[in-house]
Design a protein around this ligand. Structure first.
Ligand SMILES: O=C(O)C(=O)C[C@H](O)C(=O)CO
Ligand SMILES: [Zn+2]
Length: 276
């Protein structure tokens, strides 16, 4: 498991494109037959991707957590971005179609990932945060996730936010997770931009073709930087940073948050006059 250290907004101003990418971008989460994870010191959130092929893959603590098993002191949200998946939790199986989410709480020792059909491997996106309490394992198909319409065609940001893990959805200790779908011909997300110093956030961009890119914006509102992101790459957003993007083509993204509060609506919107 790769470790990413946190930085502060003052040092961030001097970062080159390479430094930005090395510190915040997760380029290779999805590799066939592998489970890949990145441990961030922003709220100790772990971001991962798994593509089980011929054999199932076990959720493993490795040697970095120094716990007996991965979910000993953690919870995890799993969203399927590929073909049909089978996730087993303590012997109970859950089938996830594309865009379904499974929450697995603290205390579960045996979690495995498999593709329903090894010839059509699934892709599961994982985000995990520290947990102090056990919440029940829960599957939420996208049809049951709370939809919120936002934006407009005129602003090129007509989109729907689906919330899976949050105060009025699947219960968790601190992890919040959902997916935002842009309507066709809409390319902007999260503009006007916001920050929430109480929580870090991770974005995974997907449903993009090989040539498409998202210009992702981050940094303090008055010192923004950008990086180009490809399909199925994720980016860390520090609590002091905006997180917003515009695509060269249509795309979908998954957002996940952890930190001090559990209030999705706690966002400090940035006035356009303050964005630079
Ligand atoms: O489209 C959006 O806007 C989002 O999805 C915003 C995220 O949900 C977010 O940044 C929550 O803090
Ligand atoms: Zn946010």
């Amino acid at each position: 498991m790769e470790i990413r250290h946190a930085t502060n907004p003052t040092d961030f101003k001097s970062y080159t494109s390479d430094r930005l990418r090395n510190d915040f971008l997760m380029e290779n989460l999805f590799v066939p037959g592998e489970l890949n994870m990145v441990y961030s010191h922003y709220d100790r959130v772990i971001t991962g991707g798994v593509i089980p092929t011929t054999s199932e893959i076990r959720l493993d603590a490795g040697d970095k957590l120094r716990t007996e098993y991965f979910l000993e002191r953690r919870e995890i949200g799993i969203v399927n971005i590929g073909e049909k998946a089978v996730v087993t939790v303590e012997g109970e199986t859950f089938e996830l179609n594309k865009r379904d989410c499974l929450y697995v709480g603290k205390g579960n020792q045996n979690v495995t990932f498999a593709s329903a059909d090894p010839d059509k491997p699934t892709k599961l996106y994982l985000v995990s945060a520290n947990a102090h309490k056990e919440y029940p394992t829960q599957l939420m198909p996208i049809k049951d996730a709370t939809p919120t319409k936002l934006g407009s065609d005129a602003e090129s940001n007509n989109r729907t936010i689906y919330k899976y893990i949050h105060g009025d959805g699947i219960q968790s200790c601190q992890l919040m997770m959902g997916m935002t779908l842009l309507e066709p011909n809409n390319m902007w997300n999260t503009m006007p931009a916001h920050v929430h110093d109480r929580r870090m956030e991770v974005y995974l961009y997907f449903d993009m073709d090989e040539e498409s890119r998202v210009f992702h914006f981050m940094g303090e509102p008055k010192e923004t930087r950008h990086m180009l992101i490809r399909n199925e790459q994720a980016v860390l957003s520090p609590p002091w940073s905006i997180h917003s993007g515009v695509g060269t083509n249509n795309y979908t993204f998954i957002w996940a948050m952890a930190g001090e509060n559990y209030t999705f609506t706690d966002m400090d919107f940035v006035d356009m006059n303050d964005l630079r």
